[in-house]
Design a protein around this ligand. Sequence first.
Ligand SMILES: NC(=O)c1ccc[n+]([C@@H]2O[C@H](COP(=O)([O-])OP(=O)(O)OC[C@H]3O[C@@H](n4cnc5c(N)ncnc54)[C@H](OP(=O)(O)O)[C@@H]3O)[C@@H](O)[C@H]2O)c1
Length: 251
Amino acid sequence: MTADPFSLEGKRILVTGASSGIGRQVAISCAQMGAGVVISGRDEARLQETFGQLQGEKHLAVGADLTVAADRLHLAEAAGQVDGIAHCAGISTIVPFRMVSEKHMDELLDINFRAPVLLTQRMIAKKQVLSGGSIVFISSSAVHIGTPVTSMYAASKAALIPAARSLASEVGAKQQIRVNCITPGYTRTPMLDRLNEGGTSIEANYELAPLGIGEPVDVANAVLFFLSDASRWVTRTTFQVDGGLTSRISF
Ligand SMILES: NC(=O)c1ccc[n+]([C@@H]2O[C@H](COP(=O)([O-])OP(=O)(O)OC[C@H]3O[C@@H](n4cnc5c(N)ncnc54)[C@H](OP(=O)(O)O)[C@@H]3O)[C@@H](O)[C@H]2O)c1
């Protein structure tokens, strides 16, 4: 361990969803803290943009659609052994409960739940997550709230939490791997921009959090904590990084 418990010097970290938003910032921040980073996303041009912003060397960019089994396998093999995984890839599509279709459910579950779970399962089975390693799942504050039209998005993100807690129990004592979830609140990213397109606006909701809207770096800083040795005694937790959105009570 280095003198700075938050350092990622000498660690190799896999970051999914690194072509945009939170994942991009996580990758950039990991590299700034000394890690070698394997970044993944679907859009090659935006993935390369992220790659160009990574400080230092030893990084790798791997294009992959994580809903496709062959792509997940390719990414896992290209990543090799890692000290940490930050699962940032995800989508947010919203419809009223009465209009939820099986297709809508499948699309959300495929990338928000099945993809990170199956990628993790494969990498653990092949001993690709090293002892002392850390796995971070990006869930969402939506799981705590019950905002209209987010039922299936929230459900796909909520499913990660018990899965992560159970996994933490399975890989903790024997392999010394930590597993935690983060539930971000409204964070300024292209995902949020898309939710504000087409005549709808959720901007008024940002004020519901005492600290307002967050930036990708606010979430990335929490991810860094979980990936670093500073959190070496922290596992099976869900950390709210939401500007106070979900803990606010009015009288
Ligand atoms: N922004 C918020 O307010 C907020 C709040 C709570 C939770 N979150 C969660 O935080 C995570 C990051 O969100 P963001 O706001 O940064 O969104 P974003 O800017 O839209 O980025 C999403 C990332 O996920 C990747 N992705 C989507 N589908 C994929 C697939 N099938 N295969 C591989 N990669 C895929 C995208 O890759 P391409 O662009 O290359 O396709 C992109 O890199 C998501 O899981 C989201 O649910 C966000």
